[in-house]
Design a protein around this ligand. Sequence first.
Ligand code: F6P
Length: 357
Amino acid sequence: MKIGMLTSGGDCQGLNAALRGVAKALYQEFGTAVTIYGIRDGYRGLIEGDYHPMEPQDFSDILTRGGTILGTSRQPFKTMQQAEENEATKLEKMLDTCRRARFDCLVILGGNGTHKTANLLSEHGIPVVTLPKTIDNDLWGTQVTFGFQSAMNIAVEVIDSIHSTAFSHSRVFIVEIMGHKAGWLTLHAGIASGADVIVIPEIPYDARAIAAAIQQRARGGKRFSIVAVAEGAISREEAAMSKKDFKAARAAMPYPSISYRLADELQKITSQEIRVTIPGHFQRGGAPCAADRLLCTRLGVAAAELIREGKFGNMVAVQNDRIVPVPLKEVAGRLKTVPVDGELVRAARELGLCMGD
Ligand code: F6P
């Protein structure tokens, strides 16, 4: 049996733990009858036929290692020599690699973009099994993606540390959390770390409402405020714009990120000293937390079971705390955003947190 494995899209904690889970379960089941091929740098390796056989020991001692031993890529097509080639040619090259390599299954670890391509491959007859990866937790069909809980722990640690310095200096701090399209990370980390304001892409913000919340805290004797802002946050004015106008407005924005613009807006209204902290890719690096190690191992074992049973065209997902297969065609192209009237947003409001609106 020949299995190809690749990791695609932005890296995160737990990729190696998940690869290890799949590999160990396959070796356990099939022994020397299985050969695993590592495909380098995600879909780039599949397009260019860049893969190599791996040994059981390659998957030892990687449970806690950050990043991915296989490498990854976001937009492999752009880096290719044949960049001018059309999508159909690229797809043809990927299909060709799979056929030539005679993979009995392609195991793909990735997020939203990755799943679109995985579904395409599956629709073209390639046996595919996928695992849900992203710190953004915005993949449809699963309660939680791996990487999310580790990134949340880091974001919480950052906001925890910011509390003491914000208190000492009586400052307002904006902490920018990753998540362009969905605010899961900001919402969860914001609540878990006791942020005072939480701004997510799903709820367009009003700077006056945030300033009012900060001023109210100051009147109540609070020396500082912490504003957790998702990198994809948008204002109410922007939410009312056409896609084209929004793009143009953002391209002309004289700030490196939304947090700096918000800091300026809040400074003008409140006259308080505002600082911005951006942990950035720090949120995606390092060892997976214990919860992710466990999740990745469970997902890996479940993926190996699907391979054994020949149940291809599925992503292993978490639903009602159980690992279940979800058809790729249901996952591909669908974003899981934070429900604006969901339990967690309501809980935040009931705690008296400002949600930016
Ligand atoms: O998709 C995961 C993510 O970390 C997002 O939260 C963030 O917006 C993006 O990747 C950053 O992308 P890049 O790795 O290309 O800088």
